[in-house]
Write a protein that binds this ligand. Structure first.
Ligand code: GLN
Length: 267
């Protein structure tokens, strides 16, 4: 089997090792005998995104977001929206998450328009939200899973009625430090503030993305062989233990996580 991944703006949108997510997807496919082709797509390139099974875009500072936002909207926006509606899997981190929404308003009041694929809006607040994050997520239907990662953003994202949250914040700030939600999900798009990179130590999310990609290409229910995730699980657990121990020493906010209570789409 073969899958194609589009890595959007790999040179500009890559904070805190976000590129590690693409490496994780590649390795987990390779270990299962799935050939994963990664195609970098940068500024000025017009592409038919429906030809990809999976899309990835990492985070970026305001400066990089400013550099790409016109290209993202004008050159790629319509084709990306088509791919999303067609069921392509998409992982978007932080600055990419913000630009998949309607807009990101910077601290100086400048509005960077997004492509509006996600029903979310983001405005920068005065305080940056920095630290470790632990989230419970019901994305993987029938199971409550944990995600752990690192966040650093001034943007506060609020979800509209046409998206689900990725999960509930147990530790950290998440979307805005107020409503207890982290990330957004729409069709097979997963958008999150979690850097880290997120996939190496949360392998279930990598497999969820690969499963959606396989299902779209080869038919729903295409089996995904299990892997020995002993090391990945150890990394996951160690990151949570570390986050918990730091939280006992500092002021990391604690959420009121309700396992499984992921926001539902209201449309
Ligand atoms: N510039 C955005 C913010 O601070 C995104 C930062 C990021 O991708 N880590 O909110």
């Amino acid at each position: 089997m073969r899958l194609r991944v589009c890595h959007l703006y790999p040179d500009l949108m890559n904070l805190y090792g976000d590129r590690g997510n693409v490496i994780t997807l590649t390795r987990r496919c390779l270990w299962r005998g799935i050939d994963l082709e990664v195609v970098p797509v940068g500024l000025g390139e017009r592409v038919d995104f429906t030809r990809f099974d999976l899309l990835f875009m990492g985070g970026g500072q305001d400066k990089e977001q400013r550099l790409i936002c016109d290209d993202f909207r004008q050159v790629k926006g319509t084709a990306l929206a088509e791919a999303v509606e067609d069921g392509a899997a998409f992982l978007a981190i932080c600055g990419a998450y913000q630009l998949l929404g309607r807009y990101y308003e910077t601290g100086s009041g400048e509005r960077l328009s997004g492509i509006g694929v996600l029903d979310v809006e983001t405005r920068a607040g005065k305080k940056r939200m920095i630290g470790n994050v632990v989230v419970t997520s019901a994305l993987d239907v029938g199971r409550t899973r944990t995600l752990v990662g690192f966040e650093n953003h001034s943007g506060r994202t609020h979800l509209g009625p046409r998206v689900n949250a990725l999960g509930n914040v147990c530790l950290g700030y998440g979307n805005n430090g107020e409503d207890g939600w982290e990330g957004a999900v729409y069709r097979n798009v997963v958008a999150t503030y979690l850097h880290g990179s997120i996939l190496p130590k949360n392998p279930w999310l990598a497999d969820w993305l690969i499963a959606q990609a396989l299902g779209r290409r080869y038919g729903e229910g295409t089996p995904l062989a299990p892997l020995d995730d002993t090391l990945e699980r150890a990394a996951h657990d160690a990151a949570i233990t570390h986050a918990e121990s730091l939280a006992r020493q500092d002021r990391t906010p604690r959420g009121r996580a309700v396992p499984g209570a992921t926001r539902r789409v209201r449309t």
